[in-house]
Design a protein around this ligand. Structure first.
Ligand code: HEC
Ligand code: HEC
Ligand code: HEC
Ligand code: HEC
Ligand code: HEC
Length: 478
């Protein structure tokens, strides 16, 4: 370099290519930040990739630049000293430089703290966790449905506090590498299978009281048969949820002083050969062993404390079964229940093999259209709009539950709340688990619910409760 600049600030910044690069990066990021100030102050954007750019990439560029400047100054210190020697008024030059750096530091602190605050905040949003990372798309989409759509990913997946946050971001970085190198498992393991799920005591129980007493809760399960009329049936269960000292489902497992542990012989925890029940309030302790299990083999298995997610494991990411998902869409009117054989056809279309989501999207709508034009040409003509809407709804069900590229399909993630689709409660409640004095874990049908009606068309109980007409109304108006 033949001609060194004469202004002391430029002397510092231009003394080494690293500090020049640093200055360029800080300026670039600073201007981008100014340009995007409205977005930054709002703290959210719709598009996940813009979110990554605004809240993560710009701050990284900014801080890398800030770090490079002093490194460059340090590396170029000899040249700086030499140049400063040649300046006519060294004292005032140094003062001006000092003021300049003080002002820049204040500005950088403001911009930097705002940038990092937004970055940290952004990294906890469902958008960052679920959308920036396509591997988590199934969980992201399931999370958009009630009841937890307003609860952020972080509230269930990260231990509260700075430590938990750091831990989660480190795990996230590992996952990022797995995605970059394309060596993550497909389907990705469930959080419990992976043994990574934060204890319910630090998540669920921040919002839900462990010992709250819940009265008997009415559950109405609407289903449609495979026949031409898609005959509607209702199952009516009184769930004996209970809680605290009142026993019932919650009280027995989660009451004060109750501590249950179990051993699982598979990672998905679907086979549970050993269960221990302790109650500090009553002093009762019982150990149950499955009839086909050997005590020595069981003692080598990992054990887990029973918590909310042992039953409510799909509280935020419930993937449906094809049949139930179609039932719900029929009940809500998204699929017109008046279309002949629409239940049966929809389930068949949903369970067929497709190579990608796009292929399914096209073939499902087309398949439904073809079914009616082949078998019911009159209906196809008259009710084209309903058929199209139904095709759209069925394709939507597929998009929410099956992800061919991630190998997530019907039943990939078992739901432990129940016993009809998956072993669920019956993993333990199978009358085969017994104490040494032959007390078993009950499967008595009236223990957990009173089944007032099971798949009945127009059950009396709904008339008694004054609900029959209301449910029919819901069907008519849709
Ligand atoms: C209400 C609590 C809750 C919220 C909110 C929540 N999760 Fe989960 N998540 C869980 C539980 C519980 C599991 C464990 C499921 C299991 O092991 O069967 C889980 C599992 C997962 C898994 C592992 C794969 C699987 O399906 O088991 C991923 C990935 C995941 N969640 C991502 C997310 C993302 C992304 C968000 C935000 C968009 C989110 N979660 C919000 C509770 C929650
Ligand atoms: C940040 C607070 C929050 C956290 C954390 C949270 N929940 Fe919830 N949960 C709610 C709210 C609010 C509702 C009620 C939603 C509604 O009524 O629409 C709800 C609803 C539920 C319901 C459904 C109740 C019903 O009437 O069907 C269950 C079950 C449930 N939560 C279990 C869990 C479990 C299990 C976890 C931990 C994995 C958890 N929740 C974590 C806030 C939370
Ligand atoms: C032994 C299994 C089991 C455990 C453990 C369990 N639950 Fe439940 N919970 C159920 C069942 C079953 C229902 C009733 C579901 C239904 O209505 O169909 C229920 C209902 C609920 C509801 C809805 C209550 C209402 O007002 O209607 C909430 C909320 C809930 N559980 C949260 C939790 C939380 C939080 C924990 C942990 C402290 C927990 N559960 C532990 C099985 C369990
Ligand atoms: C990990 C094993 C395990 C799972 C899974 C499990 N339970 Fe239990 N449950 C037990 C044990 C053990 C007892 C008996 C406790 C005792 O010795 O008093 C019990 C007792 C009960 C009782 C009280 C029974 C009585 O005679 O009063 C109810 C109600 C109950 N469970 C409901 C459920 C429901 C509903 C589910 C599924 C959502 C479920 N349990 C899942 C282990 C389990
Ligand atoms: C350990 C507790 C427990 C026992 C014992 C039990 N159930 Fe259930 N049952 C449940 C739970 C939990 C659900 C799911 C409720 C829900 O969907 O929220 C359920 C759901 C059902 C359903 C509705 C399922 C559907 O999707 O249509 C039927 C029918 C049923 N049980 C019948 C029985 C019969 C028959 C027995 C006796 C052999 C029995 N249950 C024993 C806990 C139990």
């Amino acid at each position: 370099m033949s001609e060194m600049p004469k202004r002391p600030i430029l002397v510092l910044l231009a003394s080494h290519w690293l500090s020049m690069l640093g200055t360029a990066l800080v300026t670039l990021a600073g201007f981008s930040w100014l340009f995007l100030l409205p977005t930054n102050l709002r703290g959210r954007v719709e598009n996940p990739y813009i979110g990554l750019l605004v809240f993560v990439a710009i701050p990284i560029v900014f801080f890398v630049g800030l770090v490079l400047i002093p490194i460059g100054v340090f590396l170029g210190k000899r040249r700086i000293a030499a140049t400063i020697e040649t300046l006519p008024d060294r004292r005032s030059a140094l003062r001006r430089t000092g003021i300049f750096f003080a002002a820049m530091t204040v500005a950088n602190l403001v911009i930097g703290s705002q940038l990092s605050y937004r970055a940290v905040q952004h990294m906890d949003t469902p958008q960052f966790c679920g959308q920036s990372c396509h591997v988590m798309k199934p969980e992201f989409m399931a999370h958009e449905l009630p009841p937890h759509e307003a609860v952020s990913c972080a509230e269930c997946h990260i231990v509260p506090g700075a430590n938990g946050w750091l831990h989660a971001k480190m795990a996230g970085t590992n996952q990022l590498f797995a995605v970059i190198f394309n060596n993550y498992p497909r389907p990705i393991e469930s959080a419990m299978e992976d043994n990574k799920l934060v204890s319910s005591a630090e998540t669920c129980q921040n919002c839900h009281e462990r010992e709250r007493v819940v009265g008997p809760r009415l559950r109405i399960i609407t289903k449609y048969k495979d026949d031409e009329q898609n005959t509607r049936t209702e199952t009516v269960l009184m769930m004996l949820v209970g809680g605290g000292a009142s026993g019932g489902i919650h009280g027995t497992h989660m009451g004060a002083g109750v501590h249950m542990r179990y051993a699982a012989s598979d990672k998905k925890r679907q086979t549970i050969p050993w269960v221990e029940y302790r109650n500090a309030a009553t002093g009762i302790a019982r150990t149950y062993l499955a009839s086909d299990a050997k005590a020595e083999a069981v003692s080598a298995l990992p054990t887990f404390d029973m918590q909310c997610v042992d039953c409510h494991n799909r509280a935020a990411h419930a993937f449906g079964q094809a049949e139930h998902a179609v039932d719900s869409a029929l009940a809500s009117g998204e699929i017109a229940a008046g279309l002949p054989f629409v239940k049966k056809t929809a389930v068949e279309l949903l369970k067929a093999d497709y190579k990608s989501g796009e292929e399914a999207d096209k073939k499902i709508s087309a398949g439904l259209g073809k079914f009616y034009s082949d078998k019911y040409p009159e209906i196809a003509k008259k009710r084209g709009g309903e058929i199209q809407a139904a095709g759209h709804a069925i394709a939507g069900i597929y998009a929410h539950n099956v992800f061919p590229d991630l190998k997530v399909t019907w039943g990939t993630y078992p739901n432990n709340l129940g016993h009809v689709d998956f072993p669920g409660c019956f993993r333990c409640h199978d009358e085969s688990h017994a104490t040494s004095d032959k007390k078993t874990i009950t499967q008595d049908c009236g223990t957990c619910h009173n089944a007032v009606a099971v798949e009945e068309t127009a059950p009396d109980v709904l008339k008694t409760l004054g609900l029959a007409a209301k449910l029919d109304k819901a069907k008519e108006t849709k």
